[in-house]
Design a protein around this ligand. Structure first.
Ligand SMILES: [Zn+2]
Length: 169
């Protein structure tokens, strides 16, 4: 089922998600729906708060559904190591039409649970690193506009207000 993506400034986007404790059918349905919703919006990642569910669940697929091996289910994640810097353009499904450069670590290592509760570690660099940091931020209630420079953030917020007034947001 394709879920409705909530847009900034919906309060759920700014709340830290609750840790997942039950790896049951309800969770598996949420994960499947989140992948479907990501693909329907041509996204590469989605966090549960973006569909109004305040839980520490995120899905990532850099292939946008083309390669099943690229499907990542990341639950209760934490970044355990990060190194370097990258400065690339980023977007977010909760901020349609907003794309700006954001500073991120070049590489990260995360520890997380899969859909069955099994702990794993994984490394990401380049786009995957950025995507992991963006989605894990969502689970902490942190949004990418607050990672932008003050100038870019102000420009983005002004653009959002303009779209809101025009009924396009
Ligand atoms: Zn996002």
């Amino acid at each position: 089922m394709i879920l409705k993506i909530v847009k900034y400034p919906e309060p759920v986007l700014s709340q830290p998600g609750e840790p997942v404790t039950e790896f049951n059918a309800e969770l598996h349905r949420l994960v499947a729906d989140m992948f479907e919703t990501t693909y329907a919006n041509q996204g590469i990642g989605l966090a549960a708060p973006q569909v109004g569910v305040s839980k520490r669940v995120t899905v990532i697929d850099l292939s946008v559904g083309k390669n099943p091996k690229d499907k990542l289910v990341i639950i209760n994640p934490e970044i355990i190591f990060s190194a370097g810097k990258q400065y690339e353009e980023e977007g977010c499904l909760s901020f349609p039409d907003i794309r700006e450069k954001v500073s991120r670590a070049a590489k990260v290592r995360i520890r997380a649970q899969d859909a069955h509760g099994k702990w794993f570690e994984m490394d990401g660099d380049e786009l995957l690193s950025r995507c992991l940091q963006h989605e894990i931020d969502h689970l902490d209630g942190m949004l990418f506009i607050f990672r932008m420079s003050a100038l870019k953030r102000d420009l983005s917020l002004r653009k959002i207000r303009k779209m809101q007034r025009a009924g396009e947001w």
